[in-house]
Write a protein that binds this ligand. Structure first.
Ligand code: ZN
Length: 105
């Protein structure tokens, strides 16, 4: 997997966040990466708070150690298993806590 381009554009239309699947509303600044996968190029679009959570999950080694990639499932696993509410708030504020709450069993 290779990241071709990384940017923080303002959404012209609504997109689904690649991590929490909630909409990124038009007019919101979000994080976008163009990624070359196994057999395609795709966009990885996330809320800025979801990207902060993903980075914290990465730092906690929630990623694929062989491919050195990270999926939404890796982030969700970290949120369920290792992250507590206070940490989600410290990393990504109230929006981070909302994502954390959404994945708790
Ligand atoms: Zn999100």
């Amino acid at each position: 997997m290779t990241v071709l381009r990384s940017s923080t554009p303002k959404a012209r239309k609504a997109h689904a966040c690649s991590i929490c699947t909630e909409p990124i509303e038009a007019g919101t600044v979000y994080h976008c990466q163009a990624v070359v996968g196994d057999d395609c190029v795709y966009s990885w679009r996330t809320h800025t708070h979801c990207r902060l959570l993903a980075k914290a999950a990465w730092d906690a080694d929630y990623c694929d150690p062989w491919e050195h990639t990270q999926s939404a499932e890796d982030v969700n696993e970290w949120l369920r298993r290792d992250c507590i509410e206070e940490q989600a708030r410290a990393v990504a504020g109230d929006a981070g806590v909302a994502v954390w709450r959404a994945v708790q069993p």
